[in-house]
Design a binder for this molecule. Structure first.
Ligand code: SF4
Length: 686
């Protein structure tokens, strides 16, 4: 028997834990702890511990499939490539859109955006960061000049006050939660604000339950209290920021007195006062947030407000501080860094910048790329497909499942069915690939080399542990072969992910100094501009990444969610994840150890609300919004604030996104997953 251990990086969340894949006779069969792993020191959450279980699932895709007369028929790679290249060539660039994937490597995301821009000449390339943290990228870039987590995961343990807002860190990023525990052991106060009394909230010194969608009011209220008491960091404000007076004009309004914020948010004024004092008086305070902040029609406003609070208290550019968005998918940071976005090339070089266009054309050796224009976001693509059929005609989707992940699923399905030609590249048949004309079988993380970049900007390696099943191929290889068949053999002449990465490093200033040789065993935090640069765990130490080096305060008024409760839909619906499942469940629902712990969804209803509705715990109820209805078991609990209901979004049999709506943040185009109006009814017995 041949046993080997291959160190790699977890394919689930943005924490980026390392582990060993245990390989027996050429097949992955277990995960073993890798004590040397830089982020997690050998510890894993259940998803990482069982990250081998889906790899050799019997229903992996193993051959290309072409739909004929409504049925998928197995095809050769040549048949699939020829059909795809012929079809792609038959559309105008503006009629084609590509979705890249936060589940795939940096190299593959880089190649997908290059394929879109060079081979298809289309500006329409995006990926699921649009749905989780596009407001972070836009919001933090506007105020700091860089749209990423400012400090490192380890650094959180140096904090003296950790404020967690809109993140259930202990369930969703458990190995980051360890840093919060370490901070508390070092004397830090932990403040958690969340509509649900989550495992994270239970660890707090101060828990503040609040009504979804009132974040800006809360943050403005905290800032007013800090300014009223003179607790702001006057030196930091004077030397490192601008527009403080503009901020004051808004946050000092009576609307944001603690008493009024208490009425808006449901948080007692005394709790808000305590939180303000703890955050302001701590030697170093860190703010942690996740999708509770970003997934709103005011997502960018929410993000800017978190930045306001931390600049006001001087909590940037030093250990134990910072604005720390926890990214969702394993490589959502990297997919953004690689330019799989409609407005930027890799390293956030703007597509509208003529110098950047010229540089990319020279680097890629082409006279023409999709240039000068920002393409459609994922959410705009779906809206166009459904509402203006014929504008977009063809899509290429790699490793994404919009038929479960996007808001208002009836609308998504209507849109995707309007496509003339759809190619989906994935590791399993998904709700989306079922609608495709061609399905391409891809290798999973355990079957290829590559890199991914975690939430703290640390670039780490994936290492191949086994061959892909059947005829499945790594995404990078499929993209290179397609690029070549589209007429760009030189531009896609890569023989390995390392060769792709070398091009990434050459064209991307923040990755210039990174190479495969430097990544073992600890990875490197970007920016890493030169080959002898040690990487940058803490951003903005001396100045912000703005032309004048100053952070920008943003005066922001609170606005309610796009859809608020009324007589017909009297409750607020919010959505999220569970510890045991991951996103659309493509991988975790094929992991028996995880699936048995949380085999289906539920709707969390406050005990008093349930009493009023006559609903019992575990009773299957009908939850409805203006978009649709699902039948789902009730979980009656005092651990969610009255008036708010929660549904996890992993489960196709009771899909939360049949209920959510696609009202978008005007800048980030992120949907408001975290607040819409819902009603819940007993299901009449027949
Ligand atoms: Fe994987 Fe995230 Fe769990 Fe770490 S915390 S093991 S990266 S899912």
């Amino acid at each position: 028997m041949d046993i080997k251990y291959v160190s790699t990086t977890c394919p689930y969340c943005g924490t980026g834990c390392g582990f060993n894949l245990v390989v027996r006779d050429g097949k992955v069969f277990d995960v073993a702890h890798w004590q040397r792993a830089p982020v997690n020191g050998g510890k894993l959450c259940p998803k990482g511990r069982y990250a081998h279980e889906f790899v050799n699932s019997p229903d992996r895709l193993t051959k290309p499939l072409i739909k004929k007369d409504g049925k998928f028929v197995e095809a050769t790679w040549d048949e699939a490539y020829d059909l795809i290249a012929e079809k792609f060539r038959s559309y105008k660039p503006d009629e084609i859109a590509c979705l890249s994937s936060a589940r795939t490597s940096n190299e593959e995301n880089y190649l997908m955006q290059k394929f879109a821009r060079v081979a298809l000449k289309t500006p329409h390339v995006d990926h699921c960061a649009r749905l989780c943290h596009s407001s972070t990228v836009a919001g933090l870039a506007a105020v700091f000049g860089s749209g990423a987590m400012t400090n490192s995961i380890m650094d959180i343990s140096e904090s003296k006050c950790v404020f967690v807002l809109g993140s259930n860190t202990f369930e969703q990023h458990p190995l980051i939660a360890r840093s919060i525990i370490r901070a508390r052991e070092g004397g830090a106060k932990v403040v958690v604000a969340d509509p649900r009394n989550t495992p994270t909230a239970k660890q707090a010194d101060l828990y503040m339950p609040f009504v979804s969608g009132t974040d800006v009011a809360i943050l403005n209220g905290l800032m007013q209290e800090i300014i009223k008491n003179g607790w702001e960091d006057k030196e930091f404000i004077a030397n490192r920021t601008k527009d403080f007076e503009k901020l004051k004009e808004v946050v000092m309004k009576d609307t944001y007195s603690l008493e009024n914020v208490s009425k808006t948010s449901g948080i007692p004024a005394e709790s808000l006062r305590t939180a303000a004092e703890w955050i302001a008086k701590a030697d170093a305070a860190a703010l942690i947030y996740s999708m509770g902040i970003t997934q709103h029609t005011v997502g960018v406003d929410n993000v800017k407000s978190t930045a306001n609070l931390m600049m006001l208290t001087g909590n940037l550019g030093k250990p134990g501080s910072g604005v720390n968005p926890l990214r969702g998918q394993n490589n959502v940071q990297g997919a953004c860094d690689m330019g799989a976005l409609p407005n930027v090339y890799s390293g956030y070089q703007k597509v509208t910048d003529e110098a950047a266009q010229k540089k990319m054309k020279e680097m890629w050796g082409v006279d023409k790329i999709a240039e000068g224009r920002v393409g459609y976001t994922v959410t705009e693509m779906v809206n166009l497909l459904a509402d203006r059929p014929g504008k977009l005609k063809c899509m290429f989707i790699m490793g994404e499942n919009p038929m479960l992940s996007d808001p208002d699923l009836h609308h998504v399905e209507e849109g995707l069915r309007n496509l003339e030609f759809l190619v989906v590249q994935d590791i399993f048949m998904t709700e989306t690939s079922r609608l495709a004309d061609v399905v391409l079988p891809a290798a999973c993380y355990a079957e290829k080399d590559g890199t991914q970049t975690n939430t703290e900007r640390r670039v780490q390696r994936w290492k191949k542990a086994q061959d892909p099943p059947g005829e499945a191929k790594p995404d990078w290889q499929i993209l290179c072969e397609l690029g070549s068949r589209m007429g760009y053999p030189e531009q896609f002449a890569f023989n390995s992910p390392e060769e792709v990465f070398n091009e990434v490093a050459a064209v991307t200033p923040s990755y210039h100094g990174i190479s495969y040789g430097r990544l073992d065993p600890d990875g490197l935090h970007w920016p890493c501009p030169t080959e002898d640069h040690p990487g940058t765990p803490i951003l903005h130490r001396e100045k912000f990444a703005m032309p004048d080096g100053l952070g920008v305060f943003s005066p922001i008024e609170w606005k309610p969610p796009a859809e608020v409760p009324d007589a017909e839909y009297p409750y607020v619906l919010t959505t999220g994840r569970t510890l045991w499942q991951w996103h659309t469940g493509t991988m975790t629902r094929r992991s028996w150890s995880l699936e048995k712990e949380a085999p289906t969804g539920w709707i969390e209803i406050n005990t008093e609300d349930a009493k009023k509705l006559g609903i019992e715990d575990k009773e299957v109820v009908r939850a409805s919004t203006r978009r649709g209805s699902i039948d789902i078991p009730a979980r009656v609990t005092p651990e969610i604030i009255r008036g708010v209901m929660f549904v996890p979004f992993h489960y196709k049999e009771c899909a939360a996104n049949l209920l959510t709506h696609n009202a978008l943040d005007p800048i980030a185009k992120i949907p408001e997953y975290k607040a819409c109006a819902v009603k819940v009814e007993k299901i009449a017995e027949v």
